[in-house]
Design a protein around this ligand. Structure first.
Ligand SMILES: [Mn+2]
Length: 419
């Protein structure tokens, strides 16, 4: 992504900051796994969205004065020849400046003193921090640790919510983000169609996953955007299934819920197919209901609609389809077969953080996910696509991945993937 994207994001953020305020954003710390090992590091997405810098222990510091002028600086890890010999080269100040468009770059050791000088200067009333947590039990991030010191060290600064501002920005995707998502869709499509082509009765879930991972690996070292859900048969009834131990037997359906990423932008796509390459009567019946419902949703989603109505309408329409098909007697009992909604935004995160409640607007991207789970018949799958809202309606970004029964069966017949 070009640095102008990140500069623009910061520009929009700064516009929403109050005068006489400071902003401190952290990229995050590594989490120890055991002994001298750490979990793979994942840069705080809001920090990444504002800076384009992907790495641990970085800090963004910005100050807005009483006339609205903003100055910014980013702090990176200092050179350390010994550590770099073990874990690789660290980003250099000129590279950090080039990637982020932030002219002033210092090393993290200087942050504390510089922040203290600014915070205690008497010129600032507010401090913007991203203190968001999903669960109160989540571990403290650097911003929480700073907050803990605020009452004693800087009681005169009022804390403001940086998270809310970034969420608002991330809700609407920019053209370069949409382009990156389109690129990611091509990779996701290759991964899913390769699994379809490799599919055969007797194949294990981990073998499907190995195909997906192999194909994504051809596009770069980043791998899947999030842990892939790949299951078969009755395991499809576990919505977030990650064990990969099961086997697809003749007559079983395979379900995937996966995504690639490109330039930090993610997809989230689900397809279901019979492992033997041919939909049987019941599978066809249920799949056609999900397919009709998904198409209906893509025909009605447009700016002005309430986001919360997307899942509601999908349920209502799918209930009608299942009733017409003779599967469901009472449309109020749709919960028997539809276990989840799926209208979540996708972007820098697979479940993207946005400002809620949302009125659908151009350049939002969210999933339309229609799942049908018929335990008695042993059939469960979902059809999940990525919906880009346009000025007048919407576009299905993942339409390139086979969706119709004919396309899926065709793809599987042309299979030449040996497992
Ligand atoms: Mn998904």
């Amino acid at each position: 992504m070009d640095k102008r994207f990140y500069q623009g994001n910061r520009e929009r953020f700064y516009q929403q900051m109050k005068e006489q305020s400071l902003l401190v954003m952290f990229s995050g710390m590594e989490v120890r796994k055991t002994n001298d090992e750490y979990y793979p590091f994942y840069t705080n997405r809001n920090f990444l969205y504002l800076t384009g810098l992907d790495g641990k222990e970085f800090v963004l510091l910005a100050k807005k004065d009483s006339s609205g002028n903003v100055e910014e600086k980013v702090y990176i890890l200092p050179p350390d020849l010994l550590k770099e010999r073990w874990t690789g080269e660290r980003i250099k100040p000129e590279q950090a400046a080039e990637q982020s468009g932030i002219a002033q770059v210092s090393f993290v050791g200087e942050f504390e003193a510089e922040f203290h000088r600014l915070a205690s200067a008497g010129n600032y009333q507010y401090l913007y921090l991203d203190l968001y947590r999903v669960d109160p039990k989540d571990r403290d991030e650097p911003a929480h640790l700073l907050l803990k010191r605020m009452a004693s060290d800087y009681p005169f600064l009022r804390v403001e919510n940086a998270n809310a501002i970034v969420r608002r920005l991330r809700t609407i995707k920019q053209p370069c983000e949409i382009e990156a998502m389109r690129e990611a869709e091509k990779i996701t499509c290759d991964g899913i169609t390769s699994m379809m082509k490799a599919s055969k009765p007797g194949m294990y879930e981990y073998q499907y996953k190995a195909v997906f991972d192999y194909v994504l690996g051809q596009y770069g070292p980043q791998g899947p955007a999030f842990p892939s859900i790949i299951s078969a048969g009755k395991n499809n009834f576990c919505i977030h299934y990650y064990s990969y131990k099961g086997q697809a037997l003749d007559g079983d359906m395979v379900l995937n819920d996966v995504g690639a990423w490109h330039d930090h932008l993610m997809n989230d796509v689900s397809r279901g197919w019979p492992c033997n390459g041919k939909f049987n009567e019941r599978q066809r019946l249920l799949y056609e209901c999900a397919f009709a419902t998904s198409n209906h949703m893509f025909s009605i989603i447009k700016p002005g609609m309430q986001m919360r109505d997307v899942d509601g309408e999908a349920r209502r329409y799918n209930a009608l389809m299942l009733k017409e098909a003779g599967v469901l007697k009472d449309v109020d009992k749709i919960g028997t077969y539809m276990w989840h909604g799926g209208a979540h935004h996708v972007g820098f995160d697979v479940h993207d953080v946005v400002e809620t409640p949302e009125i659908i607007a151009p350049n939002m991207v969210f999933c339309v996910d229609i799942g049908i789970y018929h335990e008695e018949w042993g059939i469960g799958f979902r059809l999940e696509d990525n919906c880009l809202v346009t000025e007048t309606g919407c576009e299905n970004l993942s339409a390139i991945t086979p969706r119709t029964i004919e396309e899926i069966e065709d793809t599987m017949q042309k299979g030449n993937w040996a497992v």
